[in-house]
Design a protein around this ligand. Sequence first.
Ligand code: G6P
Length: 467
Amino acid sequence: MDARLLIVSNRLPVTVTVEGGHPVVCPSVGGLATGLQAPHDRSGGLWIGWPGAVEGLTPEMRADVDRQLDAMRAIPICLSDREVTLFYEQVSNAVLWPICHDRIDRLPLHVEGWDVYESVNARFADAVAEHYRAGDLVWVHDYQLLRVPALLRERIPDARIGFFLHVPFPNPEIFFTLPNRHWLVEGMMGADLVGFHTRRYHGHFRAALRRLFSVEADNTGTVRWRSRRVKLGVFPISIDAADFASRAAAPEVTRKTKEYTSSSMKLLVGIDRLDYSKGIPRRLMALKRLLALHPEWRERVRLIQVAVPTRDRVDAYRRFRREVSSLVGQINGELASPTWTPIQYIHRSIPSDVLLALYRAADVMLVTPLRDGMNLVAKEFPAARIDDDGVLILSEFAGAADELTDAILVNPYDVDATAEAIHRALTMEAGERQHRMKRLRQTVQAFDVHRWASTFLEELAGMKNEE
Ligand code: G6P
C-alpha cells in the first residue's frame, strides 16, 4: 500500500471563480496539477497550498469554498493582502524569480519582505505538521517555499521530505548576489531528497553547496549534511502526453485546426505566460529579421503569439507588458499591408481546444525563452502533433532542450540565427520534418509526467533517515 502523500505547493491545483453568485472550485491544469493528481488520489493524502484570492468572498461563499476544498482533500493556506504583496509578489516573484532566471537587471533596488517570506513558509510548515501522521511522505514544491523543508524538519525531525525546484537553480555567481544565500540553501537542505530538472541546475546547486558550506556530494549525489544525508537528483518534469494526443484528436479541435490553416500562409505560433524570461521581444525581432533577410516570406507567413497575463501587480511584469505591446505595434505598423498583418497578438488565456488547434495548425512552433526551468509548451506541441508534422524551434536555454534534441535548437539572444532557423524550419523537406517530429513524440511519450512523479516518489519512499 502506498504511503500517504502530503503535497505542499504555493498554489493549490484549483481556481476559485464565482458563477451565478455561487463560488465554483475548478481543478486547474498545468504540469504539477496533472502530475500529482494521480498520486494525490491514490494515496488518500492532502494537498496544502494557497487557493488564490478568496478574501472578497462573503462568509457563506467562503464556507462553500471550504466544503469544496475539503472534498478534494485540499487544505487552504489563506494569505493576507500584506502576505500576497511581500511573500508572493516581492520576494518570490520580484526577487527569487529573476535570480533563478539570470535576470539580476530586473531586481528592484530595495527589497523588503524576507521576514514575511519566512513567516509564510512557517505557516505552510505548521499546516503540514498539524496534519502529519507517521509514515507520510511530504513533497514540497518550488521557489516560493525554499525554507519549508528546514522549518518542517525542526517540527518533525523524522519525516521523509522531498523538495523539487521547478525553476532553474542559477549559476552560483548569480545566486550569491542574494544576501541570505546560506539561509535559502539551508532551507532546501532540510529535505531528504532535492530534485532538479537538469544536470546543469543540479551542478549549480552542488557548486553552491561546496562554496557556501564546503560540503561535497559523493558519486551517488548524496551529501552528508549535519547529522543527516541528503540526496540530490535530476528528475525532468513532463506532461500527460497520451492525454494531449487524445484531446488533440477531438472533432472540435480538428475543425478549428482547419480554420487556422491556409495553403497560402505559413503559421508560426508562440504560446507563453507574459513573462520576461520567455524571450518574446527577441522572438518578434527574429520575425522582423526573417522578413528583411528573406523578403519572399512577406505576406506568406504570420505569427500568432499568445501571451497569457501573469503576476500583473509586479512592476517588472507591468513594464514588460508595455514593452511587448509596443514592439508588436511597431513591427506591425512598419510591415503590415491591407491584406496581411505579420503578428497577431493575443493577450489573454485561451480555451484548451484553441490551444490544441494552434499546436496542430502550426507549421513552426517557437519556444525561445532566454531561460526556462523546463518549458512544457515544448513538450505539449509534439504530443499534440498526431499527424507527425510541424517543426519545433527550441531555445538551448530551456531545460527541455536536454531531452528534445530533435528540435532545431537556437540561441535566442542571437536574433539573426533565430531568423535563419525560422527560414530553415519553413523550408524543411516533409521527410525531415516528419522524422524529427516522430522522434520528439517518442521522447515525450516515453517519459511522461506520471513517470516523473512516480520516479521521484519511489526514490523518496525508499530513503531512510540515518544518523
Ligand atoms: C512557474 C512556477 C510555478 C508557478 C507558475 C505560475 O511555472 O514554477 O511555481 O505556479 O509559474 O505562476 P504563478 O505566479 O501564477 O503561480
